[in-house]
Design a protein around this ligand. Structure first.
Ligand code: XMP
Ligand code: MG
Length: 181
């Protein structure tokens, strides 16, 4: 499905409000703080671009001894459906061998992007590897991929806002909305 750029709404239909997202992110942060209470040096990896808002809200609620890195992959381009192809655009700046690492993603759809990332990361032999995703669409899954921290499970609808885009629009929308309905 491709949408006419001229007719994109300025105020997409809300699916998750700012308040609901903030509450859930606080819950996830509390859970991560508890799970990693005895871990020094949790290394948080933001999958750009979509995860940038979730990541910044999440990491600011974690304790000290957190280090950050950013990776850029492209799996979507302009289409509204995942192509199943993952391209590494920018790798991590530092090695992760022997470190406690958490991948932070915006959304798991088919699971192909996350599978690609997890396999690539595991090959670098981190001490531990877990994943946090704000959103999950289980009905779209093509590969079974472990996600330890999930914000919201949603139905198969194209969502935008809070970092997620359509053709680079809506990333700055403070809530998560639905497009194309
Ligand atoms: P896969 O299919 O590999 O997809 O799990 C993961 C990536 O696809 C993008 N994606 C979306 N982006 N609204 C978006 O703005 C959506 O509803 C959506 N579903 C999947 C996203 O970049 C994610 O990292
Ligand atoms: Mg993404």
């Amino acid at each position: 499905m491709a949408l006419d750029p001229e007719s994109l709404p300025d105020h997409p239909t809300p699916l998750l409000t700012q308040e609901a997202i903030a509450g859930r992110v606080a819950d996830l942060a509390a859970q991560i703080r508890a799970d990693y209470a005895s871990t020094r040096g949790l290394h948080m990896v933001c999958v750009l671009k979509g995860a940038f808002v979730f990541f910044s809200d999440l990491v600011r609620q974690l304790d000290r001894h957190v280090t950050l890195d950013f990776i850029v992959v492209s799996s979507y381009h302009k289409a509204i459906r995942s192509s199943g192809e993952v391209r590494l655009i920018k790798d991590l700046d530092t090695g992760i061998e022997g470190r406690d690492v958490m991948i932070v993603e915006d959304i798991v759809d088919t699971g192909l992007t996350l599978t690609y990332l997890q396999e690539m990361f595991r090959a670098r032999r981190p001490k531990t590897l877990r994943t946090a995703c704000l959103l999950s669409k289980p009905s779209r899954r093509q590969v079974d991929v472990p996600v330890e921290y999930v914000g919201f499970t949603i139905e198969d609808r194209f969502v935008i806002g809070y970092g997620l885009d359509y053709a680079e629009r809506y990333r700055n929308l403070p809530y998560i909305g639905v497009l194309g309905e």
